[in-house]
Design a protein around this ligand. Structure first.
Ligand code: ZN
Length: 169
């Protein structure tokens, strides 16, 4: 358990497969959760974190690839272009890397933490991280992109992870 009081959910926990609820109004509770999520992301040396990963099924994400923190409410991809593919990891699927086909450029529409609408144009790694985090809001994980070969390679690791949730305190 992190000092934020949040715990990162891992592969096999139901909340990661659920579609997150859109936020109707950005409240102080949402702002507090976004701050805690950002702290937890930095503690875990992550570059993105979505609310379902801390057990909250709401459309909130934080992203920081090293040039500024984004705290977003109800993020959506409204435009995408080009192709991009790198091996991605995920704080909820520790120790597993999977190559995921993404778009190279995206436009994200969202609210900031105060509910003010904004659009962000992103490319390369930043675009990839937005796509990864927004996938979490749809209950989608990198393992859902696994090829047959990936599954053979990772089968045992994933099975073990699924069976070991109780031990991850
Ligand atoms: Zn992830």
């Amino acid at each position: 358990m992190s000092e934020t009081g949040l715990r990162i959910r891992v592969y096999g926990e139901a909340v990661l497969k659920k579609k997150a609820r859109p936020v109707k109004q950005a409240t102080p509770a949402h702002r507090e959760l976004l701050s805690k999520m950002a702290r937890l992301m930095y503690e875990a040396s992550g570059i993105g974190l979505a609310a379902p990963q801390v057990g909250v099924s709401e459309c909130l994400i934080v992203v920081d690839i090293g040039n500024g923190l984004y705290k977003l409410v109800n993020p959506k991809i409204i435009k995408k272009e080009g192709d991009w593919c790198i091996e991605e990891g995920c704080l909820s699927v520790p120790g597993v890397g999977i190559k995921v086909k993404r778009s190279r450029k995206v436009v994200v529409s969202a609210w900031d933490e105060n509910g003010k609408p904004l659009t962000i144009e992103a490319q390369d790694l930043l675009a990839c991280v937005f796509q990864h985090e927004i996938d979490h809001l749809h209950g989608k994980l990198i393992v859902d992109y696994a090829t047959l070969l990936d599954k053979l390679r990772l089968g045992k690791a994933l099975k073990e992870m699924k069976g070991s949730n109780q031990l991850r305190l």
